[in-house]
Design a protein around this ligand. Structure first.
Ligand code: ADP
Length: 275
C-alpha cells in the first residue's frame, strides 16, 4: 500500500512526511520490479520445455507418424521435458509455501541427527548412481533445534542433492554436524563435496531465485535454480544462516547454522544419563 498524505499541506521540500512518501514509493517500485522479474523468469522456465513438447507433438502428428523408432525417441524427450516442468512447478509451490509462512516462527523441537540420517537415506541411491558415497558425521548425542521437521528436511535435501548433482563422479559428500560457540549457541551442519567448486564472484548471488552459475549445466542435471532460494527462506524462518565457501577445482562447503533448543537437548541428555 502507498502512504497517502492526509492533513495540512506539507511545509516544504524537507518535510519528513514527503520524504517518507517518496521513499515508500521507490520501495514499492522495487518490489513491483522484482515481482515482474520473477514472473517473467518463472514463465520462461516453463515455456521452454512446453515449446519443446508442443514441437514434438506436431512432429509426431506429421513427419514421424509412421516412424516407430522416432516416435519412441520423441516420447522419451517429451517425458523428460514434462518432468522438468513438474520440478519447476513443485519448487515454485515450495517457495510460495515458505514465503506465506515467513512470519510464523517454527517452535517444535526437531532432532537434527534424525533429520540428517533421514536425508542421507533418501539420497543414498541417487548418490550411488554417480559413484558417490555419503558420509554422515552426526553429533554425539541428541541435539534439538526449534523448527519444523519438513522444512529442515527440505534444506538438507537440497544441499545434499546439489553436492551429489554437481559433485565429482566417484567423489564424496560429507555431512558434518557440530556446535559453534558465540553469543548464542548454534548447531552447525556442513555439507561438503569435492566437486568442481564455484568461483567467488557467484557466491553472493547463489541464493537468488533462478540464479545459476551455468544455466545449461544446471538444466542437464535436473536443476531449477530455485533450490538455494528455498533453503534461504526456510532458514530465515528458523533464524538460521547459510555460509558458502568454495574453491574452484577443489570443492564446496555449504554450512547451515541453527539456534539450538537448549532445553530439549539438555533434557534428553539428562534422561539418557540416568542409570
Ligand atoms: P539448481 O536447481 O540450478 O541446482 P540451486 O539454487 O540449488 O539451483 O543452486 C544454484 C546454483 O549454484 C546451481 O545452478 C549451481 O551452479 C551452483 N551450485 C549449488 N550447489 C553447488 C555445489 N555443491 N557445487 C557446485 N555448484 C553448486
Amino acid at each position: 500500500a502507498t502512504v497517502s498524505w492526509i492533513g495540512p499541506p506539507a511545509a516544504g521540500p524537507n518535510d519528513p512526511a514527503i520524504f517518507v512518501f517518496l521513499r515508500d514509493l521507490t520501495e514499492q517500485e522495487r518490489i513491483g520490479q522484482m515481482r515482474a522479474d520473477f514472473v517473467a523468469n518463472a514463465s520462461h522456465e516453463l515455456k521452454t520445455p512446453l515449446a519443446s513438447v508442443l514441437g514434438f507433438i506436431e512432429t509426431l502428428r506429421g513427419p514421424a507418424r509412421e516412424d516407430e523408432k522416432a516416435r519412441e525417441e520423441f516420447l522419451g524427450v517429451m517425458a523428460r521435458e514434462a518432468e522438468r516442468m513438474k520440478r519447476v512447478i513443485n519448487d515454485l509451490l515450495s517457495l510460495s509455501r515458505v514465503e506465506m509462512k515467513a512470519h510464523l516462527r517454527p517452535t517444535d523441537p526437531v532432532e537434527i541427527n534424525e533429520v540428517l540420517d533421514y536425508v542421507r537415506g533418501s539420497l543414498e541411491r541417487l548418490a550411488a548412481e554417480r559413484g558417490i558415497s555419503i558420509d554422515l558425521q552426526p553429533l554425539d548425542g541428541p541435539a534439538y533445534v526449534p523448527g519444523e521437521r519438513e522444512g529442515l528436511i527440505q534444506v538438507f535435501e537440497n544441499l545434499v542433492n546439489n553436492a551429489i548433482k554437481y559433485g565429482r563422479e566417484g567423489g564424496f559428500v560429507r555431512i558434518v554436524a557440530g556446535r559453534e560457540g558465540g553469543k548464542e549457541p548454534m548447531l552447525s551442519v556442513a555439507v561438503i563435496d569435492n566437486g568442481p567448486g564455484i568461483s567467488e564472484e557467484h557466491l553472493p548471488r547463489l541464493t537468488e531465485r533462478f540464479y545459476r552459475v551455468n544455466v545449461a549445466d544446471s538444466r542437464d542435471r535436473g536443476g531449477t535454480g530455485l533450490g538455494l532460494s528455498i533453503v534461504k527462506h526456510v532458514l530465515n524462518r528458523h533464524r538460521g544462516q547459510l555460509r558458502i565457501a568454495s574453491k574452484p577445482g577443489e570443492g564446496s562447503r555449504f554450512t547451515v547454522l541453527l539456534p539450538e533448543h537448549e532445553q530439549a537437548s539438555a533434557e534428553t541428555q539428562d534422561a539418557g544419563s540416568l542409570p
